[in-house]
Design a protein around this ligand. Structure first.
Ligand code: T4K
Length: 367
């Protein structure tokens, strides 16, 4: 097979037409207002509230700080139940808040938290659950809600991958006490870097706005030991432009996923991501599990690489086995997460990915 001349990476940022962006940022040259919750910031917040159908949203400079700040804003203490099959950010945000992550295993179907294992992990120190809508696959929100009510726990979803996803027609942003979205360059919707938190309790708005701005609450008053996690005007302008094209981008992604599914379905040893009929997905990632296939995950990865196709092992290794946590947590406690993490490969997926390249990727895998 001929090698691909162009390198194909796991994703490629969606960007608007250059002149559309220039048009959006023109007014910044008149106002000289570059950051600190300016006009673009306000406009994006307004547009996102409409898009996500939520009452409360706060923007951040990235998704990670959005998660760190909502955990801080809720003033949590003690243990937090979460999963290790995620990006380092989820666990780091918990630990950097002085909280102790307690790892729950994932389920084999959609790789989200196994709700049947949560209750066993609850102690008198448990204050919250941080489940992850990994790949945009939605956790069992109903059962998580039941458990949280029973034990009086907060639920903060890491919805970094789930922007725009709907459950029975309802935006995913409406579940739990709060949901964090990432607007990083690699996401379905990006603001270059960026993130947001949507939340139920409107009183959190002031707290979040204060702690993302050094804890400043007045011209001469600093009430919290906050940091700096503000989204700037150029990020917000990128978001305003990208949001206009989001539905078209998602539709293009759908076509790529459809092609992959068509080529790879019913192949022995290859497991594809299933989207339940009540979920309107955003086609964020294309995870494939190689389990009993003629090639291992690592062999498929290498084979694709020989053809300049760079898939990624999201999420390997598990966060509880990262070097920085090695002495503290044991990944054997989450065997399903370990099993999936050893077998998963996320294939290239982005709106403008040529369907001929998708065919070629499938040919290489199936060859
Ligand atoms: N929670 C979860 C579950 C997350 O997955 C993430 C982030 C977070 C929290 C934290 O949210 P943020 O603070 O990031 O908003 C990437 C992203 O940087 C990261 O946002 C994402 N998850 C993670 C899953 O993937 P890397 O280290 O794999 O990125 P990198 O630089 O290798 O880029 C991947 C590919 O994306 C490249 O091969 C090409 C493409 N790309 C990359 C960049 C930077 C572009 O097309 N344009 C770009 O500007 O982490």
């Amino acid at each position: 097979m001929k090698q691909n001349e162009e390198t194909i990476l796991v994703t490629r940022s969606s960007i608007p037409d250059l002149y559309e962006y220039i048009d959006e940022i023109k007014s910044i040259w008149e106002t000289h207002w570059l950051t600190n919750m300016g006009e673009k910031h306000k406009k994006l917040e307004y547009e996102l509230k409409k898009y996500l159908k939520v009452d409360n949203i706060t923007l951040f400079t990235n998704g990670h700080l959005a998660l760190e700040n909502i955990l801080a804003g809720l003033n949590l203490k003690g243990e937090v139940i979460t999963t290790p099959f995620t990006f380092a950010s989820t666990t780091h945000a918990i630990v950097r808040n002085g909280l102790t992550p307690v790892f729950c295993d994932i389920n084999k179907e959609d790789y989200t938290i196994d709700v049947s294992k949560i209750e066993k992990l609850i102690t008198d120190k448990t204050c919250a659950i941080v489940p992850v809508h990994v790949y945009g696959n939605i956790c069992n929100v109903k059962e998580i809600d039941n458990i949280a009510k029973k034990y009086n726990l907060k639920v903060i979803y890491d919805a970094a991958h789930a922007f725009g996803v709907k459950i029975n027609g309802k935006s995913v942003a409406n579940f739990g006490d709060a949901s964090m979205f990432s607007f990083h360059a690699t996401k379905v919707f990006n603001t270059i870097e960026g993130g947001a938190v949507c939340y139920k309790n409107s009183k959190l708005e002031k707290t979040l706005n204060d702690i993302k701005n050094f804890g400043i609450t007045g011209p001469e008053t600093v009430e919290y030991i906050g940091g700096n996690a503000k989204m700037n005007e150029f990020q917000a302008a990128m978001g305003i432009c990208n949001l206009r094209h989001l539905n078209v981008e998602i539709e293009k992604r759908r076509k790529v996923v459809e092609k992959y599914n068509y080529r790879l379905k019913n192949v022995k040893g290859i497991k594809l991501n299933k989207i339940p009929s009540n979920i309107e997905t955003n086609y964020a990632y294309f995870p494939v599990i190689f389990d009993g296939y003629k090639l291992s995950r690592d062999e498929v990865f290498e084979k694709l690489k020989e053809h300049n196709i760079i898939a990624r092992k999201y999420f390997y290794p598990l966060t509880n086995s990262h070097k920085c946590y090695k002495e503290r947590f044991k990944c054997e406690e989450t065997p399903i997460a370990e099993y999936i993490s050893d077998r998963v490969l996320t294939l290239p997926l982005y709106a403008d990915l040529d369907l001929k390249i998708v065919d070629k990727i499938c040919d290489i895998i199936l060859e």
